[in-house]
Design a protein. Structure first.
Length: 592
């Protein structure tokens, strides 16, 4: 008897497990088919999607997920008759609230507003003004641009509740759609607190109000309800309106934490001077070594981003001193960046390759990732290049290229540096070979344009692999001064080179590159003279570019009439030229 009972129990368990497994399989099939129908919807094939949904209802009768997809499809394709049939057929199996909301939308779609309002009131009475039902109905009104009805419902629900903040966000969005920005702002401020700050800040900025109008409202609100968040909000809008000193003073009155907060905001907007002012003020009242270390590092980084290398270096030196001589500490990756930035300043700004090498060695102690180590090696090669020790520079770069598990991006950068090494060494034949190899095999590299530009300058235009000794020597000098020294000798280098080059096209191209250098340095007067020299060669392929650049120089120098003449000349000669669309916009602004 016991054996029989056990057998029955095993059979029951088997049947239950089998049923569950079949149900799981059915659910998986259902989801696959729904995704297939959705795919047809996305492709615009509504008929095939409808056929699949109806087939699924035959296989899975009264399935709510399938019905909701069909309802959405019929609304979207305006098949209201089919929708009515579907709702009538499935009414008993649908959630009552879902059925009523769908019926209400159907009435709105057919412009039966009175019936829709009656149904809404009935639902609200039945739900005893449930907030969820109120939101659904109001959102439906909003979708059909019945904003007054939506506002009426939200305000009624608020009146009947004990919360003055109920539906504030929803009301603000409706007011925004109604072009009532002041009312919208009142509602956003209604929910201003620490949790909602970011959302409120973002929404207020999007309102159709000027920064001045927003600040006026915020100040009035602050008088009634002073607090941390409203001060922070006013400060951010001071920044947006470029009233940086007012922003600083307001945050300063809130203490050091607020100033650090403003520094973060300013840094994100690349307002480095303001960020530095905030952190420097905090530094004045700080005695804790750890906090000082943190602040000195941030200030140094901000000066570095602001291209104030001397001040950046001073603060970084303080960071290194505190790190080495106190118990204060920073994460390894932060110290890596400190030493790396110091090495860059020493190498490219102070031209002190010996100090730079020592800083790179220290940075290597903190480097964790392979790419960080590769980056330091490439910088070390730059030290050797400045020392004109091309053998060591080449060895370091080949180590990155061949002997370490570095990323492709780092290896591509090393290839660019290796090509520069060959050029500076004066080995133009090898530079030619390397450039052709890189351009053939690494055409997807981030640095392929750098390689192509160098190749064109050094080989394709000047043919340096086969040029005479004078051309090679003067070319190397020019490249070295352009790349490393930012030297006033650049103009002399170019004039010496131009005097020995026989090909006028090569002279034009080299002159254009030197002019571009002075333009990028902000020396628009020198740049314009060099561009003019290129224009003297009527057969130069760079005439179009140089006319455009001269016009830019004139504009930067404040000679608007001359700039307008050059821009106009460009359009007359090159009406469909590369820079024509941009020039038309500039001319339009100049006329205003």
């Amino acid at each position: 008897m016991k054996i029989i009972n056990k057998s029955i129990l095993v059979c029951i368990i088997f049947i239950i497990i089998a049923s569950v497994l079949y149900a799981v399989d059915d659910q998986a099939i259902l989801q696959v088919k729904i995704r297939e129908a959705l795919h047809y919807e996305q492709q615009g094939n509504s008929q095939e999607a409808e056929r699949l949904y109806n087939q699924l209802l035959e296989d899975f009768p009264h399935n709510g997920q399938v019905i909701s997809r069909l309802v959405y499809l019929y609304f979207r394709t305006n098949n209201l008759d089919k929708l009515k049939v579907l709702l009538s057929r499935e009414k008993e199996y649908l959630n009552k609230n879902y059925y009523q909301i769908t019926q209400m939308e159907l009435l709105l779609k057919e412009n039966n507003l009175d019936q829709a309002h009656d149904l809404a009131e009935s639902m609200l009475i039945e739900a005893r003004t449930n907030a969820g039902v109120t939101r659904q109905i109001a959102q439906l009104y909003q979708r059909y641009s019945l904003y007054e009805d939506a506002v009426r419902l939200y305000l009624r629900a608020r009146e009947e509740s004990s919360s003055s903040q109920l539906f504030a966000q929803e009301l603000a969005q409706v007011y925004q759609a109604m072009d009532r920005p002041y009312d919208a702002m009142d509602e956003y401020l209604n929910i201003l607190d620490e949790k909602n700050y970011s959302n409120v800040r973002y929404r207020i900025e999007k309102l159709d109000l000027s920064t001045k109008e927003i600040l006026t409202i915020l100040q009035a609100y602050k008088n009634d309800k002073p607090g941390v968040e409203i001060n922070r909000l006013i400060g951010e809008f001071y920044v947006l309106s470029k009233q940086y000193q007012k922003a600083f003073e307001l945050y300063q009155s809130q203490g050091n934490d607020a100033l650090i907060q403003l520094a973060t905001i300013a840094e994100k907007q690349q307002l480095y001077d303001l960020a530095i002012q905030c952190l420097t003020e905090v530094l004045k009242t700080t005695a804790d070594d750890q906090t000082i270390l943190f602040l000195e590092n941030r200030i140094g980084g901000l000066h570095f981003l602001n291209n104030d290398h001397i001040k950046a270096y001073e603060h970084y030196m303080k960071v290194i001193d505190l790190y080495q001589n106190t118990k204060a500490a920073l994460p390894l990756n932060v110290m890596y960046n400190v030493y790396k930035n110091v090495a860059m300043i020493e190498l490219f700004y102070f031209k002190d390759t010996q100090k730079s090498q020592l800083s790179l060695e220290k940075a290597l102690e903190f480097a964790l990732a392979n790419n960080e180590k590769a980056s330091l090696s490439i910088m070390l090669s730059q030290c050797y290049l400045q020392q004109e020790d091309y053998v060591k520079g080449e060895a370091v770069l080949n180590d990155v290229l061949h002997n370490k598990p570095y990323s492709k991006d780092m290896k591509d950068l090393a290839k660019t540096q290796l090509l520069q090494t060959m050029i500076l060494r004066g080995d133009f034949a090898q530079a030619d070979t390397l450039a052709k190899e890189y351009l053939t095999h690494d055409y997807e590299s981030l640095y392929v344009n750098d390689i192509g530009d160098m190749y064109r300058t050094i080989n394709q235009e000047l043919h340096l692999a086969h040029a005479n000794a004078d051309v090679q020597s003067f070319s190397r000098n020019l490249f070295y001064d352009l790349y490393f020294n930012n030297s006033p000798k650049i103009l002399d280098d170019y004039n010496q080179l131009a005097a020995v080059i026989q090909d006028s096209s090569a002279v034009s191209y080299t002159g254009m590159k030197v002019a571009d250098y002075f333009f990028d340095q902000g020396d628009y007067e020198t740049a314009s003279v060099l561009y003019e020299q290129v224009l003297e060669n009527n057969e130069s392929p760079y005439v179009e570019y140089c006319i455009y650049r001269i016009a830019d120089c004139m504009l930067q120098l404040g000679f608007e009439e001359k700039a307008e003449t050059y821009y106009t000349d460009y359009l007359l000669v090159y009406p469909q030229g590369t820079f024509a669309p941009e020039i038309r916009l500039i001319l339009k602004k100049l006329k205003f």
